[in-house]
Write a protein that binds this ligand. Structure first.
Ligand code: GLN
Ligand code: ZN
Length: 756
């Protein structure tokens, strides 16, 4: 009998209950008891909803982040919160976000750094290490959850971040080597495992996703040391890896003395055959056969074809699960009442994925005929998706096939183009501009909501948005900026806005996925060939340009960013989907140019986010991603100036690709790095214009003229000044007008002073 289990369930709640409970608590509007009650309710609900599984996860719930939970579990709490003598949860929130509910004024401490969890859009709080770091066990939280699970009547398997992955995820705050901490950390895990054994726990899932990354020999040794130590435990260990193939780490992983392995059988299927061979009589192999990273139904027939022989050979040593924790997918499709029914029938969110798992297990254990109706339904859905003309558009396919290298190449080199552009634009030295958005005020958001609800008609909506655009243009003229923008009042979100106007996209109502803490994103769903039925931004841009004699930038989101911030198809390579997006954006670029737009900015905020986990795969990604950007951008005449923008990003290791994009101007976030990020551009002799951000838009503080001049002087020490622009770090949509105006006044004054 193949057994079913799950690696982790979305904790935020189908209606984002946890988000709202957290935010109420942080605002001081509810008690700690209210918050912990909501959390306990959610856990109970989630276990109940996973009830068909043989084993459910426990300890996967988190008030903010499971890596931060691990830091608290092993007693690695930063000293800066040690003075706070209230409860643990408040201290936990202080590390997570700099303060807790009752903190006022100077009680704030700086929050832990946050970074991406492997190649997902989930962000964790980075563990902090020094040579002095010590560890101690604080298992109350985990043990309570296990007790709750017992009361809920489910068979629970505790889930832990493995010790090696925990160290790997953290950062040394001094010159020490975090690997030296392993010897101090392991006894805590050992004690924890014996505590779990005392509680009658049978299996523990221990996550070591580092196994799918490129590991140096030191890290490989650390895995050996760790699992040798943990193998003494009286519980059985299921060592889980996911998000890719173990590849060259496979032999090492197989040599570890554990009782079972979980593999990502979607992205790491290449590992499976070898495990099947190597598996001992008392070991289990858990195969992650349901994709935990996308929203599509599984092809159950095909999966069964593949699984049946494996089941035959492994029997009850085979376990089935989603490929990874379901944290990365929305909770429940059944709440989607507005979704296009045809597309909805192709989708599966967390609940539906667990149902698929159940069907697979029953088919294996009792024969396919016992679940025939379910298999038939699934086959119909899969076939309908494979054949739908809404997915496959011959026109788009033809355009894709017609892509040539010329499509992505400007006619003249930058040095010649920039001369033509200078003649036509006539900008001063150190030209000033902004990144695109101006404050999204309450009034703007309310108008959009009213329009969405049908309370106001399209004409009224357009009228109000035009007034907002006129207001933004007027303010920019008064400020004396050189290159203006329309301000993006009409845009809800830089990806959704374009997705909504492209064929091939649908939008869920409740498809929220946790990004960090209480923050969730609702990625649009790209299901079919991408076509642009009509221009998306030209009218707004033309209108804005009609209000001013200054050049006004057309503002677009690039294909790579649209791709990386969407749920995308699994029936063709990402590169192909990206090229389709590129062709649609290219049409928009060309339409803007035809309408007289002389400067067009194409934002690629998420370019770096798409880098694969393994460095050996980076170049391949960069090649197709950069090429897609070039297809989108470079179909213009040499007189037209192309800008791109990237948010905070390391450039050192990708600078050659950035240069290859050949954007005439790149604006980047640099102010918080004191312009040090420009070193990469300097060392590479990056040839084109650069606008290093001089003003941290994340902070409400107004940068002074002197500060801005200081930053620009640092920039000019690295980049020839005739190639420098002056602009903020990023868009201003989250700020207030009364913050933006003085900051930009100082910025413009600084640029004027620099010119003199
Ligand atoms: N043009 C966008 C804006 O100004 C860019 C946002 C971003 O880079 N994240 O808001
Ligand atoms: Zn940005």
């Amino acid at each position: 009998m193949a057994k079913t289990h799950n690696l982790g369930f979305p904790r935020i709640g189908a209606q984002r209950e946890l988000k709202f409970a957290l935010e109420r608590y942080w605002r001081g509007e509810s008690s700690l008891q209210d918050l912990t009650n909501t959390a306990a309710d959610l856990r109970r609900t989630h276990w109940h909803q996973q009830g068909k599984l043989d084993t459910v996860p426990a300890g996967d719930f988190s008030f903010y982040d499971h890596v931060l939970d691990t830091s608290f579990l092993v007693g690695n709490v930063p000293d800066r919160v040690a003075d706070h003598q209230d409860n643990t949860l408040d201290n936990y929130f202080r590390v997570a976000r700099g303060r807790s509910a009752n903190d006022t004024g100077c009680q704030c401490v700086h929050a832990g750094e946050m970074t991406k969890w492997f190649d997902t859009n989930y962000h964790y709080i980075v563990p902090e290490f020094t040579a002095q770091t010590t560890f101690s066990l604080h298992a109350e939280n985990l043990l309570n959850q296990l007790e709750e699970a017992k009361q809920a009547g489910v068979q629970a398997k505790p889930v832990l971040v493995g010790p090696v992955t925990y160290l790997w995820l953290g950062k040394e705050k001094d010159a020490s080597n975090k690997l030296d901490l392993l010897d101090k950390l392991l006894p805590v895990y050992q004690t924890l495992l014996s505590k779990l054994a005392e509680k009658g726990v049978d299996w523990v899932q221990i996550d070591e996703p580092v196994l799918v990354t490129e590991l140096t020999p030191e890290w490989q040794t650390a895995l050996q040391t760790a699992y040798k130590a943990l193998s003494q435990a009286q519980v059985k260990l299921l060592l889980a890896s996911y998000f890719g193939e173990q590849a060259e780490n496979r032999q090492l992983a197989q040599s570890l003395p554990v009782d079972g392995w979980h593999l990502d059988a979607i992205r790491g299927r290449g590992d499976v055959a070898s495990y099947q061979e190597a598996l001992g009589d008392h070991q289990v192999l858990s195969l992650g056969v349901i994709n935990g990273r996308n929203v599509w139904k599984t092809n159950l027939d095909a999966t069964l074809e593949w699984l049946e022989p494996i089941h035959q050979s492994l029997g009850n040593r085979l376990w089935l699960a989603p490929s990874c924790s379901l944290l990365h997918v929305p909770v429940d499709l059944t709440s989607e009442h507005k979704l296009d029914p045809e597309v909805k029938n192709w989708l599966a969110f967390a609940h539906q994925k667990l149902e698929e798992l159940d069907i697979l297990a029953r088919a294996l254990n009792h024969g396919r005929q016992t679940v025939q109706p379910a298999l038939d339904n699934n086959r119909e859905a899969i076939e309908s998706r494979q054949q739908s003309p809404r997915v496959h558009n011959p026109k788009v396919q033809a355009a894709l096939a017609a892509i040539t290298p010329q499509l992505g190449t400007r006619q003249r080199p930058f040095a010649e183009r920039i001369r033509l552009q200078h003649e036509q634009l006539n900008l001063p030295r150190f030209p000033t501009t902004t990144i695109g958005s101006f404050p999204q005020t309450r009034a703007i958001r309310q108008t959009r909501l009213q329009y969405k609800k049908g309370d106001i008609d399209a004409a009224t909506y357009q009228d109000i948005m035009r007034k907002e655009i006129a207001h933004a243009v007027e303010k920019q003229e008064a400020l004396g900026l050189d290159v203006l923008v329309h301000g993006e009042a009409e845009r809800n979100d830089m990806v959704e806005y374009f997705g909504e106007q492209l064929d091939g996209y649908v939008f869920s109502q409740f498809g929220w996925v946790q990004s960090y803490g209480s923050r969730c994103v609702k990625p649009p769903i790209l299901f079919g060939d991408i076509e642009r039925p009509k221009a998306m931004t030209v009218e707004w841009t033309q209108y804005a340009q009609s209000l001013t004699d200054k050049p006004l930038k057309g503002m677009l989101t690039g294909p790579v960013t649209i791709l990386n911030w969407s749920f995308v198809r699994d029936d063709q390579p990402r590169a192909q989907t990206c090229n389709q997006l590129a062709l649609a954006i290219r049409q928009e670029v060309q339409d803007l140019e035809k309408a007289g737009t002389k400067i067009i900015q194409i934002d690629e905020a998420a370019l770096r986010e798409g880098l694969p986990l393994r460095r050996s795969e980076w170049q391949h990604y960069l090649d197709w991603a950069i090429n897609a950007f070039k297809i989108a951008a470079n179909g213009v005449s040499d007189e037209t100036q192309i800008h791109t923008h990237m948010c905070y990003s390391e450039f050192n290791d990708i600078i050659a690709s950035i240069a290859d994009m050949d954007a005439d101007v790149i604006t980047i976030e640099t102010s918080r790095s004191d312009m040090e990020l420009l070193d990469a551009f300097d060392h590479f002799d990056y040839p084109n214009d650069i606008g290093p951000g001089v003003y941290d838009i994340h902070s409400p503080n107004t940068p002074s003229q002197a500060q801005i001049i200081g930053l620009m002087e640092k920039a000019a020490a690295r980049i020839p000044e005739e190639r420098l622009w002056v602009n903020p770090d990023c868009g201003l949509k989250t700020r207030q007008w009364d913050e933006v105006i003085p900051a930009l006044e100082n910025m413009v004054a600084a640029a004027k002073a620099l010119r003199e």
